[in-house]
Design a protein around this ligand. Structure first.
Ligand code: FES
Length: 82
């Protein structure tokens, strides 16, 4: 079963465990969850008016944009990478 998880944070949550600093992934893209592996850096140039999807190879696609009135417009699924 597949699911879409929407994340809008572009940096990890920093917590302390047993006196150690630990970075917990909050972007949803780490391959070492729950820990941050630095992948969040590829989200830094995301534009706030767009919605992005990432595939397993971390290829990015724009799946939704906003029109001039601020309404969300879904782009055709053909724009998604396999
Ligand atoms: S916050 Fe997700 S990889 Fe760093």
């Amino acid at each position: 079963m597949a699911r879409i998880v929407r994340c809008d944070r572009s940096r990890p949550f920093l917590i302390q465990v047993g006196g150690q600093n630990v970075a917990i992934c909050a972007c949803g893209l780490s391959k070492n969850k729950p820990y941050c592996d630095g992948t969040h850096k590829i989200t830094r140039d995301e534009e706030p008016e767009k919605l992005y999807a990432y595939d397993d190879q971390r290829n990015r696609s724009v799946v939704q944009v906003k029109d001039e009135e601020g309404n969300a417009v879904n782009l055709p699924s053909e724009t998604l990478a396999d």
